[in-house]
Design a protein around this ligand. Structure first.
Ligand code: DOR
Length: 435
């Protein structure tokens, strides 16, 4: 008989049923074997979850782990430690590594290395085009066989409409969804922040909303005609939400929003400087309100953080030369709690649904995203009440490029259990305790 864990006296979040219930959970050999009231098992290690929320492990559809090639910024060990510290039992890692995830060899390397690390589940996202250069398609079939779960050239929008049209048609043979970074480079014009009054006053070249919205509109039409499964990642504009709302009448398109696009605007760039430089750029208050409304109405069904770690050198110097990106994996959940739960946009159950059940459904991960007897024991436990400060110098991630340092937040993950192994306990990484 395997080792058992009994989680007692917690409030269970059941996002697939949209319910909260006061029950215990018994785990054995990596699987949830019982759920119910007053479970007793003298052989089990007991976790007391009084006044805590216990739900399916969080799944982040958008992270950059930088390995292979840019291990100075992040690697699969530090990225995985940051993930479980942040309550994420699964992540999808983007292909803009060096080399990119455009061959089966790189996909397999990430698979082997992340298993060796053995913390969070790492699902690689394959490149749509060779070298993420937007010119020639990769071999989707071979990449899928090696283990990719989705396709993207994230970091760049795919500029050629014809290439993407063909890629959408081709993807249907392999049932692979697209995670689309929407940016028309000609319209973006090499800009550095959102085009608006703040950019004008600071003297930086702006990135208009039209750079994102024209690509979203184009890709929704292409998906309509090809039947490709598409997801708009890091959505940032008000009109993007309108486009989604309209097209959802015809096709099952989904989208995600990052915590920074919900909590910051272009007005924050003046004070936060390079740490607020990100793609898509921090937009206006009007855009933030529209994103929240889209989340409230379930037009936006998924939350994903676009964890983009960079070295200090990449973020130093002038704003124009600094890299785009925010490191946020271990603070994403409390940031979403601040932006959405504390603001009354959605409740805890819906928040959890957008962080676990919905991304699991999107990726077709049938054994994850739910608390049910027989499912894999990927579980996150959150303390909804205690307030802690963001301390970037204590990040597991190598990326300290986070504009939220010093913010006081609630809703921190306090236990992360992956496949029945406790890998994070009381906000510290532990190596598979009680397993
Ligand atoms: O700000 C960003 N940084 N946006 C992206 O889409 C890519 C990412 C990165 O790779 O650093």
């Amino acid at each position: 008989m395997g080792k058992k864990i009994l989680i007692r006296r917690g409030t269970l979040v059941l996002p697939h049923k949209r319910l909260l219930v006061d029950e215990d959970i018994l785990i054995e050999d990596g699987v949830i074997i019982r759920m119910g009231k007053g479970i007793q098992d003298p052989q089990a290690h007991v976790i007391d979850a009084s006044s805590l929320l216990v739900g399916p492990g969080f799944i982040n559809l958008h992270v950059h782990f930088r390995e292979p090639g840019e291990e100075k910024k992040e690697d699969l060990l530090t990225g995985s430690r940051a993930a479980v510290k942040g309550g994420f039992t699964s992540v999808v890692c983007m292909p803009n590594t060096k080399p990119p995830i455009d061959t089966p060899m790189v996909v397999r390397f990430i698979g082997y290395r992340s298993q060796e690390v053995g913390l969070t589940n790492v699902f690689p996202c394959g490149a749509v085009t060779v070298g993420c250069e937007g010119k020639n398609m990769t071999d989707f079939g071979l990449l899928k066989k090696a283990g990719i779960v989705a396709l993207s050239d994230d970091g760049k929008g795919i500029q050629s409409a014809r290439l993407l049209y063909l890629a959408f048609q081709y993807s249907r043979y392999f049932d692979l969804p697209f995670l689309l970074h929407e940016e028309d480079e000609e319209i973006a014009g090499g800009g550095h922040m959102h085009q608006g009054e703040a950019a004008f006053l600071l003297g930086y070249r702006g990135i208009p909303e039209a750079a994102e919205d024209t690509m979203i509109a184009r890709d929704l039409v292409l998906a309509l005609y090809t039947g490709a499964k598409i997801h708009i990642t890091h959505l940032s504009t008000a009109f993007g939400v309108e486009l989604l709302r309209y097209f959802q009448k015809f096709i099952p398109v989904s989208a995600d929003v990052t915590p920074h696009h919900l909590l910051l605007t272009d007005q924050d760039v003046a004070q936060m400087g390079n740490f607020a430089k990100v793609k898509p750029p921090l937009r206006s208050k009007k855009d933030v309100e529209a994103l929240k409304e889209g989340i409230r109405e379930d037009v936006i069904e998924i939350l994903a953080s676009d964890h983009a770690p960079h070295t200090a050198e990449d973020k130093e110097g002038g704003f124009v030369d600094a890299a785009f990106g925010i490191s946020n994996l271990e603070v994403a959940v409390p940031l979403y709690v601040k932006a959405l739960v504390e603001e009354g946009v959605i409740d805890w159950v819906n928040l959890w649904r957008k962080l676990s059940y919905n991304p699991a459904q999107f990726l077709n991960l049938k054994e994850r995203g739910m608390l049910e007897e027989g499912k894999i024991a990927d579980i996150t436990i959150v303390d909804p009440d205690t307030e802690w400060e963001v301390a970037v110098n204590q990040f597991e991630s190598k990326g300290k490029n986070c504009p939220f340092d010093g913010w006081s937040l609630r809703g921190w993950p306090v236990y992360t259990i992956v496949g029945g192994r406790v890998v994070m306990r009381e906000r510290s990484i532990v190596d598979g305790e009680f397993c």
